[in-house]
Ligand binder design. Structure first.
Ligand SMILES: [Zn+2]
Ligand SMILES: [Zn+2]
Length: 250
């Protein structure tokens, strides 16, 4: 039977719903709170420019940008070579990333995970990070006390999106954080390395034996935490341990 009513399809309905939502609850930039044109945007144009993408030349070991082209490894790796095989990081940890990670980890703004995953996808694609060569993605664990407080682990949220995108198995709950010392950010560089010694354990070594593991982390600063996790994985039989982080300190 013919109808004289206009056909309201799903797309039209979504359009009106979004327009209505934008009117009563305008989308805002997650950094400066300026009104955004579209809800799927995360940052306004000027705040997007504040994100510093990690660009070559990279340190051959940790991917920190090199200050001198004559060297192949960065100042941090020269001081102490990390214990993981290689790390990659998509952005430089500047004030904008610091604020966004703070919102993500401590203010429950978990919606930022899509924005962060996109930064990782672009970096992986652009610099041919060999993620497909790894057998397992392992989110960097947080201590259970922190988990109870936060109710989620930020690296699990990122690892889940990476796992879906690259069809890689995500192995959560095997690498566990057992020691709960002072926050790394409160310690000197030397103290950071001793603070995380023995901080991890593997619950089921048979699951990582002879496997190539890519640990997903939000931030690399000195590399001490990532190194300690890598040592634990290797002692449990992992063949290689790489780190993929959203951000790296300079
Ligand atoms: Zn903004
Ligand atoms: Zn380095």
């Amino acid at each position: 039977m013919l109808t004289c009513f206009p056909v309201v399809n799903e797309i039209t309905l979504m359009y009106f719903l979004e327009a209505f939502l934008n009117l009563i609850y305008p989308p805002q930039c997650w950094l400066c709170h300026a009104t955004l044109a579209e809800r799927r945007q995360t940052l306004c144009v000027s705040c997007r420019e504040k994100i510093r993408h990690n660009i070559p030349p990279f340190c051959a070991r940790c991917s920190r940008p090199l200050e001198k082209l004559s060297r192949s490894i960065c100042h941090q790796c020269q001081k102490r070579l990390p214990d993981f095989d290689q790390s990659w990081a998509a952005t430089i940890y500047n004030d904008a990333m610091k604020e966004l990670l703070h919102q993500f980890k401590y203010k429950g703004k978990t919606g930022l995970r899509h924005f962060f995953a996109d930064l990782l996808f672009v970096f992986i694609e652009r610099y041919k990070v060999p993620v497909q060569q790894f057998d397992l993605l392992v989110p960097m664990p947080i201590h259970s006390a922190k988990y109870r407080e936060r109710e989620f682990n930020q690296t699990v949220l990122l690892a889940e999106l990476l796992s879906k995108h690259f069809s890689l198995t995500c192995c959560d709950h095997n690498l566990a954080r057992v020691a709960h010392g002072p926050a790394q950010a409160l310690l000197s560089e030397k103290e950071r390395w001793t603070n995380v010694q023995g901080a991890f354990r593997i619950r089921q070594p048979q699951k990582i034996k002879n496997k190539s593991i890519l640990i997903i982390d939000d931030l690399i600063t000195t590399g001490a935490t990532a190194s300690s996790a890598a040592i634990t994985c290797r002692k449990a039989g992992a063949r290689t341990v790489g780190i993929l982080a959203l951000s790296i300190g300079q």
